[in-house]
Design a protein around this ligand. Structure first.
Ligand code: ATP
Length: 353
């Protein structure tokens, strides 16, 4: 059994079910992110692990112990929220010491541990400051130190970076990951920011309307999205609509042109609609660019978005939209121009609904 095991977890508020039969085992020391849009149920799952919400069904087991009968303060869990939630009337030292004091630790032990924690977040020099004298990023580091001071068995982070500006968000997420690895603490992180999840997680759970659409490493989630939702939420993937030509050999048509995929297409028949994903880095219209497939078409429109050029291309009777990376060999195409979209057929991924 995994260190943190969620079995058939469900949650309804009144008649509305917001989490459907969720199952997952999280290993000791693993960093798992729950990623999804607002309202998909990720915070509710975190709150059920913490004990702030009672599941309508299913169980939360940590280190072999069913948590069902335990109150939040009996679960030995550290939690950091989006709003800094420090005690405003206590200085940094006392904020970090709070949980240790409640647990009845001696003054000497508290001082040693607080010093250790402030060293970990590199804020020893601010021990006497009050929360209002700290930046947002510093407050979140203190919140992290406070959560970790009591040596929790699991660390839960609920969008801890959302209220910070972009630069601090990136440096603090790296710091969180580094501290998490240094301590080897099992961590569950909730975010709606795909880049954040991709950059710091061992595994990501992509949530869609109360269900996990996919659970996998950042690499798997990005490269082989299991559903259309995952592809569109996580990636900069292009989704191209086509038709199945021959499922047995894996042939499709896009804009009337036949393309052989790398493998047969299970579960669909000839003539069915099919969605295919193509990563921007695998698509190009540059002359001489690599790829065994080329789709000739007429440019309908383009927009230059900095790192990518977004182009709509009429191919046969279809209009396909795609982003390609703005690499040095490229002159942005203009409307009315005839170009060919080049790629390797093996880079086309079949996307499930
Ligand atoms: P966000 O990023 O906006 O917090 P989320 O994915 O974390 O979104 P949850 O907070 O888990 O979503 O909420 C899931 C659904 O459950 C939402 O539709 C929300 O309105 C509903 N919900 C959450 N808490 C309650 C509650 N106490 N009573 C009724 N409905 C609730």
């Amino acid at each position: 059994m995994a260190f943190l095991t969620l079995t058939n977890i469900q949650k309804s508020f009144g008649l509305v079910q917001v989490v459907h039969n969720f199952n997952m085992g999280i290993e000791k020391g693993e960093f798992v992110s729950f990623l999804g849009p607002s309202g998909c149920g990720k915070t509710t799952i975190l709150r059920m692990i913490a004990g702030f919400e009672t599941p309508s069904g299913g169980s939360v087991v940590i280190n072999g112990k069913d948590q069902g009968a335990l109150k939040p303060n009996q679960r030995n869990i550290g939690m950091v929220f989006q709003a800094y939630a420090l005690f405003p009337n206590m200085n940094v030292h006392d904020n970090v010491a709070f949980g240790l004091k409640v647990a009845g630790a001696s003054k000497t032990d508290i001082d040693i541990r607080v010093k250790q924690m402030l060293g970990l977040i590199k804020l020893e020099h601010l021990a006497d400051r009050f929360p209002y004298q700290l930046s947002g990023g510093q407050q979140q580091r203190v919140a992290l130190a406070r959560a970790l001071a009591v040596k929790p068995q699991v660390l839960l982070l609920d969008e801890p970076l959302s209220a910070l500006d972009a630069k601090i968000r990136i440096s603090l997420r790296e710091e969180i990951r580094q501290i998490q690895q240094q301590l080897g603490i099992t961590t569950v992180f909730v975010t709606h920011d795909q880049e954040e999840a991709l950059s710091i997680s061992d595994r990501i759970v992509v949530m869609n309307a109360g269900r996990a659409d996919q659970i996998g490493t950042p690499f798997e989630i990005y490269n082989t999205p299991a559903t259309r939702f995952v592809a569109s939420f996580v990636g900069t993937l292009n989704i191209i609509e086509g038709k199945v030509a021959d499922p047995a050999t894996g042939a499709v048509t896009i804009g009337g042109q036949r393309i052989a995929l790398k493998e047969p297409i299970a579960g669909l028949k000839g003539g069915d609609s099919i969605s295919l994903a193509l990563r921007p880095e695998a698509a190009s219209i540059a002359e001489g660019s690599k790829g065994d497939t080329s789709l000739p078409g007429e440019v309908v429109s383009t927009s230059f978005l900095g790192s990518v050029i977004r182009t709509k291309l009429r191919v046969g009777d279809d209009v396909i939209s795609f982003d390609m990376f703005n690499d040095p060999g490229i002159t942005p195409p203009v409307a009315g121009e005839n170009v060919s979209l080049r790629f390797a057929a093996k880079d086309l991924l079949v996307i499930r609904e």
